[in-house]
Write a protein that binds this ligand. Structure first.
Ligand code: PLP
Length: 371
């Protein structure tokens, strides 16, 4: 029997052909394909923000934070229950991630806890669109305005998702997406930063290519800079034409991805309505494109083992970061810690077969039958 995978990329013939097309042009680095992908993202989102593509979502977050001139001693407020990438991006700037609680039903940043943890060193709030949902963002922006803080949205999981009827990336301060292999769309690896702030845009555009000023414009017309200035630390964080080629095709497929992922989530929700051992979180599956599907499960660890014996892969998103050696806090976060013992991520990806999803659901019912 085949393993039922938790997540995977979905690659059609069109992505393969797009890569071949780029290879045939023999211009593999950052050039016109990247420019085109950025334009297409902007058009899809119908946003007046600038779109800057980079090589990973983590780089997107790192550059976004660096563009705000974060330094040692500065603090960034971030939910503990997030991917390690959010934390690494913060600590890479020298700033300190301050672990915050989340709402137990939406798993979104708890603004009251954020407010309580603001100090004179706080510079940025970094909410995470956990499982693609960002219900509660308005309160974050209100708080940020009250204290004069910047907001960097870790929207790595939320590409194509809406909030209050509007696509994520149409408003806000700085928004970061990921296009890694299993995210809502992929460019192999990849990410993007969006903002309307011209200073930040220019800083990030330069920083993705070793800080070489205005190099982006040159590369987009297949030229190089020979006489240039550098004022800030930069990196090799740019996106390549090969990646952009994949991303452009994936973006064309997003409507299909959305329909399928939303349908999977709705089937799970409907199925578990009658099962008292499972609770469902407060996500609106008409608005978001769920990157992951989360349940809260009684006897989570035994259920996870049971499902694995049936060849069903599941996940735990995530181990709270304040429990890791590098980011250990001297205070407890009881909601995040309790959730960590209950949450389970079920298979959810574009190629998941209906019969496989039913197999997963039935296995979970079987597990609880004896309880
Ligand atoms: C995937 C992800 C990232 C990092 O994106 P990469 O492209 O994998 O570097 C950051 N934050 C969250 C919440 C993510 O899910």
């Amino acid at each position: 029997m085949n393993k039922i995978r938790l997540s995977k990329s979905s690659i059609s013939q069109a992505e393969k052909e797009a890569v071949l097309k780029v290879l045939d042009k023999e211009y593999l680095g950052m050039g016109e394909e990247v420019k085109l992908f950025e334009e297409k993202i902007k058009k899809y989102l119908q946003t007046d923000m600038e779109v800057i593509c980079v090589n990973t979502g983590t780089s997107a977050l790192h550059l976004a934070l660096l563009s705000l001139d974060l330094k040692k001693g500065d603090e960034v407020l971030v939910p503990s229950l997030t991917y390690i990438a959010s934390y690494q991006a913060i600590s890479a700037t020298g700033a300190k991630p301050i672990s915050c609680e989340i709402n137990p039903n939406t798993l979104f940043l708890d603004v009251d806890d954020v407010r309580a943890k603001i100090t004179k060193n706080t510079k940025v709030i970094m909410p995470v669109h956990y499982a693609s949902s960002s219900k509660g963002m308005d309160e974050v922006y209100k708080l940020a305005q009250e204290f004069g803080l910047r907001v960097v949205e870790d929207a790595a999981q939320a590409f194509g998702s809406k909030r209050d009827g509007k696509l994520v990336g149409t408003k806000g301060d700085i928004i970061c997406f990921s296009f890694d292999g299993i995210k809502n769309i992929t460019s192999g690896e990849g990410g993007a930063v969006l903002s309307k702030d011209n200073n930040i845009i220019q800083r990030i555009k330069d920083a993705r290519l070793l800080g070489v000023e205005k190099d982006t414009e040159k590369r987009y017309s297949a030229q190089r800079s020979w006489d240039f200035d550098v004022k800030h630390q930069g990196f090799r964080y740019h996106m390549s034409n090969i990646m952009a080629g994949i991303g452009i095709v994936q973006l064309e497929r997003i409507e299909d991805f959305k329909i399928k992922r939303q349908a999977i989530a709705k089937i799970y929700v409907e199925a578990f309505k009658t099962l008292k051992y499972i609770s469902i979180l407060d996500f609106d599956y008409n608005e978001i494109i769920p990157h992951i599907f989360i349940i809260k499960a009684k006897d989570r660890d035994s259920l996870k083992e049971y499902l694995l014996l049936r060849n069903i892969e599941t996940g735990i998103h995530y181990k709270p970061n304040h429990l890791l050696s590098l980011y250990k806090s001297n205070y407890a976060l009881p909601i995040s810690e309790k959730l960590y013992s209950e949450i389970l991520t079920l298979p959810c990806h574009y190629d998941l077969l209906e019969e496989d999803q039913n197999f997963v659901i039935n296995a979970i019912f079987d597990f609880y039958k004896s309880k």
